[in-house]
Design a protein around this ligand. Structure first.
Ligand SMILES: Nc1ncnc2c1ncn2[C@@H]1O[C@H](COP(=O)(O)OP(=O)(O)O)[C@@H](O)[C@H]1O
Ligand SMILES: [Mg+2]
Length: 323
């Protein structure tokens, strides 16, 4: 057991991000807070445009140049918001790694996957090139790529989407990160391949003991993988807590709406309801609760009051006046 006083691996406090000039700034993230313990999985869920990827990019120090950020991002006791470019090189990759939805955009198309893996190892581990190549083959084998001795010399386009994602996972694992951020890692894949990749992620997480920040618009994926979950809407956290607790007692109407649209979940109806309407344009964020315009339970005060995230149980927080 780790002593209770020891800090979480990751503590995000009141992370806000705006884009655009001072006169026409758009708030993309608004006071996002959460913690992630070592070896645990936190799932972030929300529809497209809710700020999930922006949260991940902030954690990687990769926000767009025009972005302004405030809040604290403390990783293993280190404030990420103060790191220099040089310091980032010792964190991004070796300590915090990320895999993306479309591996083709993250892989170099004119370099074999073996060389890309080997370069990673050469840069971060200082391995010899012969050793790096054999390590690259081992890594390909570990992520379930059949015939790694020949696949190591393949170019990304010669591999299937599922295999490319396995290569990305191998690259992320190469430096044994403490935290792996997976942003929609299976959204571009067939459902049958999706299950394999998710299984692989869980298996590797257990073997390596790394923490996983899993981002998906699909609550079904999060519900199978995560220990804790965080629901985002329009750049804000609307609900957060231990997975089973949130799923058994979803308190925010948005979370309830996401759950109702999953066929296999409890309370699901035959005809899947979707939440009517769309995520608001963040340039003109509604007053009060951003979800109120789509919420069937909304009352007058939802459109006027400032809604804060508050605890409804020890670790379960909700931003809804009705909860
Ligand atoms: N480079 C960018 N410039 C301007 N706006 C952006 C940029 N990237 C994302 N956004 C906006 O930020 C919001 C959050 O986007 P994102 O984090 O990608 O959402 P998600 O990953 O949940 O789909 C969206 O409104 C999106 O339009
Ligand atoms: Mg995204």
């Amino acid at each position: 057991m780790r002593p209770a006083t020891e800090h979480a691996l990751l503590e995000v406090s009141a992370l806000s991000v705006t884009l655009g000039s001072k006169t026409s700034a758009t708030t993309i993230l608004k006071e996002v807070s959460f913690t992630l313990e070592r070896g645990r999985t936190l799932g972030i869920v929300g529809e497209s445009g809710c700020g999930k990827s922006m949260t991940a990019l902030a954690l990687m120090g990769l926000l767009p140049e025009e972005a302004t950020m405030s809040g604290r991002l403390v990783f293993d006791g280190m404030d990420l918001t103060t790191l220099s470019t040089r310091q980032w090189q010792t964190v991004r990759g070796p300590r915090i790694a990320m895999i993306f939805q479309e591996p083709m955009t993250a892989l170099n198309p004119v370099m074999t996957v073996g060389r890309q893996l080997a370069e990673m190892l050469l840069v971060h581990e200082g391995a010899s090139s012969a050793r790096a190549r054999s390590h690259a083959i081992e890594l390909l084998e570990r992520v379930g790529i059949a015939d790694p001795h020949s696949r190591v010399d393949a170019y990304p386009h010669q591999l299937s989407g599922g295999m490319r994602q396995r290569v990305m996972i191998a690259m992320a694992l190469a430096c044994k990160p403490d935290l792996l951020i997976a942003d929609e890692p299976t959204t571009a894949l067939d459902v049958s391949i999706e299950a394999q990749i998710l299984d692989l992620l869980l298996e590797l997480q257990q073997q390596e003991g790394m923490a996983l920040l899993l981002i998906s618009h699909n609550l079904a994926v999060i519900s199978e993988m995560a220990d804790d979950m965080l629901v985002m809407y329009a750049g804000e956290v609307v609900e957060r807590g231990p997975l089973q607790q949130v799923l058994s007692q979803p308190r925010h109407p948005y979370t309830q709406g996401l759950m109702a649209s999953i066929p296999s979940m409890k309370h699901a109806r035959k005809v899947l309801p979707t939440i009517a309407g769309t995520v608001p344009n963040l340039k003109s964020r509604p007053r009060g609760c951003a979800f109120a315009p789509r919420c069937e339970q909304a009352q007058e005060r939802c459109r006027t009051e400032t809604i804060a995230l508050r605890a409804v149980d020890a670790q379960h927080c909700v931003a809804c006046v009705l909860a």
